[in-house]
Design a protein around this ligand. Structure first.
Ligand SMILES: N[C@@H](CCC(=O)N[C@@H](CS)C(=O)NCC(=O)O)C(=O)O
Length: 250
């Protein structure tokens, strides 16, 4: 089965991280296939009729979109369940997963607003492909422009995204009641925690994630100043704690 379970991904996509985390949590063996940004759309269109990654191929089934993947995995592999079976907690997990999926868009825009243009970003994106230097040097400016256009990396939109990022962090803090050791819903890890922690992870660069190629200490002063309050907040500590305690890797 492991040979036929394939996660098509961009390594630095936080939505792909959400699916990797869920697969790892359930102990489901899989291999990853990195797709080149841009041409990936030919594959995702053909496989799942969407433009985005992740896409999961599981035997004969193909599922696109991290939320659909999440529900698919819960349905077909119900062990180590991440969604309570019934009641208020189930509803809360479902709602929070949707909310953090939306905050993920703002996290991406705000983070790219801070770091797009740094060589390390494109290294994290292209290093997995081991491209000849010349090809990489052609792809980098095209990809940077594509990202800026696709994700709306403009000063006004980036500033507005910053407000939304804080809103999402406040939502985490309300649910954990300021205690980084608590889970968002109930007393064990759920899909809500995985969604929130993975979609906010690029801002915290937890060790062992693709974003630790861009360590905080090596960021310019202005970026450190923007990120420091998040690192210091209960919600930021919570993200790091979830990675330390709950991010099992196969
Ligand atoms: N709602 C989607 C969002 C996924 C998403 O936005 N993926 C980005 C990478 S972070 C992507 O594939 N972008 C490429 C594109 O839009 O062409 C999900 O949960 O899977």
């Amino acid at each position: 089965m492991s040979q036929t379970r394939i996660l098509y991904q961009f390594p630095i996509s936080h939505y792909c991280e959400k699916s990797r985390w869920q697969l790892d949590h359930k102990g489901l063996p899989y291999v990853t296939r990195n797709l080149l940004p841009g041409p990936h759309r030919v594959r995702t269109r053909l496989m799942a009729n969407i433009d985005t990654l992740p896409v999961l191929r599981d035997g004969k089934r193909t599922i696109g979109d991290s939320t659909k993947i999440a529900y698919y995995l819960e349905k077909y592999y119900p062990h180590d369940s991440l969604i309570p079976a019934a009641g208020d907690d189930r509803q809360k997990v479902i709602e929070l997963e949707q909310q953090f999926d939306r905050y993920g868009i703002y996290v991406r825009r705000w983070m790219y607003g801070l770091v797009l243009g740094q060589a390390a970003v494109m290294d994290a994106m292209f290093d997995p492909f081991h491209l000849p230097k010349f090809i990489k040097s052609l792809l980098v400016p095209i990809t940077e422009r594509g990202i800026a256009q696709l994700y709306g990396i403009r000063p006004d939109k980036v500033a507005a995204a910053g407000e939304k990022v804080l809103e999402g962090l406040a939502l985490i803090e309300r649910h954990i009641k300021g205690d980084p050791d608590r889970y968002l819903v109930g007393d064990k890890l759920t899909l809500a925690d995985i969604a929130a922690a993975s979609l906010y992870a690029p801002l915290l660069a937890p060790p062992g994630t693709p974003w630790d190629m861009m360590p905080f200490e090596q960021q310019p002063e202005s970026v450190q100043q923007a990120l420091q309050p998040i690192r210091d907040s209960a919600a930021g500590q919570w993200v790091l704690r979830r990675y330390q305690k709950d991010r099992v890797r196969l």
